[in-house]
Design a protein around this ligand. Structure first.
Ligand SMILES: [Zn+2]
Length: 304
């Protein structure tokens, strides 16, 4: 067999567009449906990693990119894959060093804030909408662009139909594979779906060569905070972002500056950023505890 054009695939895995998440509750920390969704998300990743290795990919790194970053259960995933849980400091936000990955796959994804997709949001559900240069901006753009300086192109995407549509519109030519969120997880033939998704991803390896995604700036972002003016003030004012009522405006010369400003707005008040190593350590510890709880829930569930 010819060796595939990609040696090391980096997978960013989210939960909303994965096979076991049927509601907002199932995406929420420490709920029973979330525990089941973690197991299903792990099996999705397992199917994808297994198919990639079978197709000749040498290395697969999986970054858990939902909430705490501790949703994936490595014991359920092909042991050849490296699972990276929790969050790390730069150079790539949340991910740290992408190493020598040469292709990016995103699965379990959702559509942009303010658009009609399943659990649509960008970065956090606290943003009612995020409009950049006149159109909604999805995570697929931010994540893909964050890997462009490392020469890593986006090569495959999976999520609800709206998320896939946005991904194809922003990154023309990128293969996508959707999940029908109208089917509840209990009624979905999940193993069949994940195998089909994984086969589509393997096909994407042989597609036309992909280029890193880095749209040119400048960018004007208009962000509406869901909980109104007070919440917006709390998020935006400590950073000095321009704000009018519940609407925050961010001007950025390039997409990396935009992404970093959005991260500050959504996740990092100045006091957290100042003590980032400690904040990350605490956050990751909470994530590990949550994952222990998931394992217990699943064990109890299996006994019944
Ligand atoms: Zn998520």
């Amino acid at each position: 067999m010819d060796s595939p054009p990609y040696r090391h695939i980096l997978i960013l895995a989210d939960i909303e567009g994965s096979s076991g998440c049927g509601s907002y509750r199932a995406s929420s920390f420490m709920t029973r449906p979330w525990a089941r969704a973690c197991a299903a998300m792990s099996r999705d990743v397992d199917a994808l990693a297994g198919h990639l290795f079978d197709a000749g990919v040498r290395q697969v790194t999986v970054k858990d990119f939902h909430r705490t970053g501790y949703n994936l259960l490595p014991e359920m995933i092909d042991s050849r894959a490296r699972i990276v849980s929790g969050y790390r400091r730069g150079p790539v936000p949340g991910l740290g060093d992408p190493g020598d990955a040469d292709g990016l796959m995103m699965i379990g994804m959702h559509a942009a804030a303010g658009t009609a997709g399943f659990l649509a949001h960008t970065l956090t559900s606290r943003l009612a909408s995020l409009v950049v240069n006149g159109r909604p901006m999805a995570e697929v753009e931010l994540f893909s662009a964050s890997l462009a300086p490392h020469g890593i192109p986006p090569v495959f995407f999976s999520g609800c139909p709206a998320a896939c549509g946005q991904a194809r519109e922003r990154i023309p030519g990128m293969p996508t594979f959707f999940i029908d969120k109208r089917i509840p997880p209990d009624a979905l033939d999940a193993q069949r779906w994940r195998n089909e998704m994984a086969r589509a991803a393997v096909q994407a390896l042989d597609g036309r060569p992909a280029a890193p995604y880095c749209p040119a700036g400048p960018f004007q972002a208009e962000i509406t905070i869901r909980d109104g003016r007070r919440a917006a003030a709390k998020m935006a004012d400590p950073w000095g972002f321009e704000r009018s009522g519940a609407t925050v405006c961010i001007h950025a010369p390039d997409i990396h500056a935009l992404y970093y400003s959005l991260i500050r707005l959504c996740y990092l008040p100045p006091v957290v950023e100042k003590s980032l190593p400690l904040s990350l350590a605490l956050h990751n510890q909470l994530g590990r505890l949550g994952r222990l709880w998931v394992r217990r829930q699943l064990k109890i569930g299996y006994r019944h």
